[in-house]
Design a protein around this ligand. Sequence first.
Ligand code: SF4
Length: 219
Amino acid sequence: MEKVKARRVITNQREIKKRIEKDLDLYCQKAIELGASDARVVSAKDVVVDERVRLKCAMPHCHLYGSSPNCPPYTPTPDEVRKALCRYKYAILFKHDVLPKEDFVDPQQWLKGHEKHQKMTHKIASALESLAFNDGYYLAMGFAAGGCKTALCGGLPCQFLDSGRCRFPLMSRPSMEGMGIDAFGLAAKVGWEIYPVAHKNVDQDSISCAVSVGIVFVH
Ligand code: SF4
């Protein structure tokens, strides 16, 4: 495998401005190469952190609540997240089309079907974060979708909570929603078609597509 080249860290804002536009475009291209169906540069100002999003993990309790350090209640509070994220200017928002949509939408197929799609979101988020980090954006930070217990560990008990040794230390990430980020709102704001997927008593034909969304804050 070709080795990644590290770039010197610079702090001169004028120099960063000169190169960041090209870098952000490259990260969008890279997301597509890695399997995303679309990727956009978004202003970090457009990312909303909302207490209600994180609360939705607990009410009603998600089956993954407390199942790994990447899910609430272990994730940072919305206040902490908001304070940290407002220090960034740019992020890459990407989506992966879930095909067939039944992998998310069908109540039975979803049980195992969703895992590979959310794994892909973890892979893209961690790969873009690593690329940006090595390009000198040393505070780059990526978030994925769903819980890593099912997306990466196939439902096995979390090894990090058990012994402090994550099975996928470089790939596992909190979800956007677990950090309190309004992922639905942001996806809709950039024009992507996105539906709530609640399974029971929902007419599946009313949901024309399903997506898994992730984000990487670059600088
Ligand atoms: S061991 Fe698995 S469930 Fe636990 S943090 Fe790592 S990826 Fe997530």
